[in-house]
Design a protein. Sequence first.
Length: 236
Amino acid sequence: MTDIIPAIMPDSYDDLVLKAARVRGLVPLAQIDIMDGTFVPSKSWPYATGGVKKDEHFLALSRQDEGMPFWEELDYEIDLMILEPEKHIDEWLPIGASRLIFHVEAVKDIDAFRGHDVFKEGARDINGEKVVEIGLAINPDTSPELLEPYIKQIDFVQCMGIAKIGYQGQPFDERVLEQVNKLRVKYPNLKISVDGGVSLDTVPLLKAAGANRLVAGSAVFGAENTALAVKELKRA
């Protein structure tokens, strides 16, 4: 079974709500692309509104005074395309996401990153159940071997299917197929997600390579009929 996950790239909190509303009821989970304008050139909420610490909705979410949009029917994974994520883990843990994704190329202090409490056994469990999954993302030109020290500490890997991350509608990078296949052969039980370049044409290729989850942005939100787009991707 391969999951289809719509990717929301929100310009603002209101934009996040509008796009989440388009996929609620169609999928159980959506991805939110967070970009700081440093690790990648683009900025998205909450950085697009003056910085993560200044956004009122983000602060309310971190205090758990506010829930994620449509939280009762839609879960979220947060793709943190931000520089030095090791400094920001504690900012994002409380907001109520089911999954957090960090890009290995953005990590500067590897010891601080791997030594964070979130990577300790049982740290993400409540009453014996895991409430937050941690994933690591790699670009098409990053060797999967870079993930080896982390494999026992993480729940899944996200391979980027485009060379220019932080933008939707980019051309598919075929190198991701070899990446996924290598990871699948080496780690048969690993959950592997692909983000970027996901379309009706590439879904069968990615599934055959061994991907479990496919994250689609423009293929979903660039379509006139969102529900039909999700349905066709699932069928593919």
